[in-house]
Design a protein around this ligand. Structure first.
Ligand SMILES: CC(C)(COP(=O)(O)OP(=O)(O)OC[C@H]1O[C@@H](n2cnc3c(N)ncnc32)[C@H](O)[C@@H]1OP(=O)(O)O)[C@@H](O)C(=O)NCCC(=O)NCCS
Length: 156
């Protein structure tokens, strides 16, 4: 993600979240936060989605992930998150965590598919409606090893 992507990112953010981050928040992430890593996904030269994480020691914390509404359901969210997992591992992370609304079943299914397991609740975490967040964790190396085993099994 670059500074000149922020305008489009904010459009997607408003489309995707009830309490969208401001342009200033993204600018701060890209220029001041040394823990932050943000990716955009482009399709036909347009931004189709983005994701971000904070990488602290060996833990990666996903801050946001979104796919533009017309592009959802085409495995782009999955590709974005797989890319974040690979990048996090490359940068030394062992584990990845995130929070997800109790009502966001689509995102929960994506996370479960990519190895995330529920580990607890943050009560009233979301300020717009007081909804609880499910905390999920994934063991990145274990997921990568399982992926390799599946690839080897397919090849034999
Ligand atoms: C969550 C989000 C990023 C998923 O991206 P996507 O590109 O639509 O999802 P994909 O096409 O990659 O689907 C991957 C998996 O997600 C789940 N999923 C996707 N769409 C789904 C739907 N309509 N119903 C149920 N599960 C769904 C499935 O597990 C799917 O795998 P499968 O097709 O093999 O079953 C996207 O819906 C989005 O941007 N939502 C709004 C923002 C948001 O909620 N972000 C997460 C905040 S925690």
């Amino acid at each position: 993600m670059r500074l000149d992507d922020i305008e489009t990112i904010c459009e997607i953010e408003r489309e995707a979240f009830p309490t969208p981050w401001s342009a200033g928040a993204f600018q701060n992430e890209l220029t001041n936060n040394h823990f932050a890593h943000y990716l955009v996904m482009e399709l036909d030269g347009e931004i189709a989605g983005y994701a971000g994480m904070w990488l602290i020691m060996d833990e990666a914390h996903i801050t946001n992930i979104a796919v533009r509404a017309p592009y959802r359901g085409r495995k782009l969210g999955e590709r974005l998150l797989v890319q974040m997992q690979s990048a996090a591992m490359f940068l030394g992370a062992e584990r990845m965590t995130l929070e997800v609304r109790v009502s966001n079943v689509v995102a929960q299914r994506l996370y479960a598919k990519l190895g995330f397991i529920p580990a607890g609740l943050r009560k009233g975490y979301y300020t717009d409606n007081g909804e609880d967040a499910i905390i999920m964790w994934a063991h990145l190396r274990r997921i990568a090893e399982e992926g390799e085993r599946e690839t080897n099994a397919d090849a034999t």
